[in-house]
Ligand binder design. Structure first.
Ligand SMILES: *Cc1c(COP(=O)(O)O)cnc(C)c1O
Length: 410
């Protein structure tokens, strides 16, 4: 299961052919899907892995004394091993399957021991998934949120971060890549600053895991969260990586089957990680799908994909820069292929709707990042976000559609 395949040379047309949905039309136009930062499409390999598990080898996992239970457990644990290799985690016990990136962060937030006045440090460009769980700690336990500002491109000032980390800091919770600006954060430097003061770091890698390589040991992350559905895998599955000793010291998140060691009338003891955090029947088929997505992605020429995504980003940025009625948000040179922009005098929702009429799917809104919107001085933006299967032509179709939208809206 999930054996590494032979690497295929990058060919965007061949790669597109593996994604059934990309051949459909929208409003009579070929689909130009530029909403990948919200969710990516799925290759046949993922669809097939999930369907064939359900067709041919399916039962509940663990504790099984029959063949199907054993086969399914093997596939499920093989997916965990694939995730482990993908982010270079030291062992499978460090990999907790969750229902998404959001739940991964909530598990950590529920497990941090916070006294009134203890502080959580986070940046103003976090996704709500990496904000609201900390607000819960503020509301329920008296935690104090300390906000790190950014520059206009999403750059962070490490000296400012250092100054925010004090004796009451419990955790630094930081994105590894902004889902709006595409900005990457210097994860290793952030971790080393925090660790110098004995503070743990959680990285939100929901975007970084898609647009680059993740090595949790190289950056020395204490916790790392990411999600399956943006990584060409299914919904309903995410990952929490945690250092083994930290997970082992953390209380469980949910109670139920599989996460226990012993249950008596007056006493309960808990299983070891990762099972402690996987109460109930886990998302078995989804985990198998994520394993297949990772195997599929790793079978590609990833260096070529990275170069291709950089070319898509650069083409989109250059085209948008050349338009004097467009404002770009975030122009870090090494950013991920995520391009947020505003059209003068037009609401982003109207822009997105007119683009949709031309077959071009972009997202418009606050992108689950309202503090960032406030920092940028806007209430919403439009956003085009790219995946490995987008063509350079898709950028041109998007720009052409944008010119039409401008005509209709002015
Ligand atoms: C999408 C996203 C999340 C949330 O992931 P879900 O899978 O929707 O739970 C968190 N952080 C970032 C940066 C994201 O892009």
């Amino acid at each position: 299961m999930n054996a590494p395949l032979i690497k295929r040379p990058f060919d965007v047309e061949a790669l597109r052919a593996e994604f059934p949905i990309l051949s459909r039309q929208v409003h009579g136009r070929p689909l130009v899907y530029l909403d990948n930062a919200a969710s990516a499409q799925k290759p046949e390999a993922v669809i097939e892995a999930m369907a064939s598990a359900m067709r041919g080898s399916y039962a509940n996992v663990h504790r099984g004394l029959h063949t199907l239970a054993n086969e399914t457990t093997e596939s499920f644990e093989a997916a965990r091993a694939s995730v482990m290799r993908f982010i270079n985690a030291p062992s499978p016990e460090c990999i907790v399957f969750t229902k998404g990136g959001t739940q991964a962060i909530n598990i950590v937030a529920a497990g941090v021991d916070v006294q009134p006045g203890d502080e959580i440090v986070l940046s103003v460009m976090e996704h709500h998934s990496n904000i609201v769980p900390w607000h819960f700690l503020r509301e329920r336990k008296g935690a104090v949120l300390r906000w790190l500002d950014i520059d206009d491109d999403g750059g962070i000032d490490l000296a400012a971060l250092d100054a925010l980390i004090g004796p009451r800091t419990k955790l630094v919770a930081m994105t590894h890549m902004s889902n709006v600006l595409g900005a990457r954060t210097p994860a290793a430097e952030i971790a080393s600053l925090a660790h110098a003061k004995g503070v743990k770091v959680l990285l939100d890698g929901c975007q970084a895991a898609v647009h680059g390589r993740v090595d949790v040991q190289a950056v020395d992350a204490d916790f790392y969260a990411f999600t399956g559905h943006k990584l060409y895998g299914p919904t309903g599955i995410g990952v929490l990586y945690g250092k083994r000793d930290l997970l082992a010291a953390m209380p469980p998140f949910e109670g139920g089957g599989e996460m226990i060691d012993l249950v008596e009338r007056e006493r309960v003891t808990y299983n070891e990680p990762p099972h402690r955090f996987e109460a109930g029947t886990p998302p078995i088929i989804e985990a198998i799908g994520l394993g297949a997505a990772i195997a599929w992605y790793e079978s590609q020429d990833r260096a070529a994909i990275e170069a291709h995504e950089a070319a898509l980003r650069d083409r989109a940025m250059a085209a948008l820069r050349a338009i004097n009625w467009v404002t770009l948000h975030g122009a870090a040179p090494d950013k991920g292929a995520i391009v947020a922009f505003s059209v003068d005098g037009a609401h982003p929702h109207d822009v997105a709707q007119i683009l949709d009429r031309q077959g071009v799917a972009v997202r418009a809104g606050h992108h689950c990042a309202q503090p960032l919107m406030q920092r940028l001085g806007v209430t919403a933006t439009a956003r085009a976000s790219f995946a490995c299967y987008n063509r350079l032509d898709d950028v041109d179709a998007f720009i052409e559609a944008l010119h039409k939208a401008r005509k209709l809206l002015s």
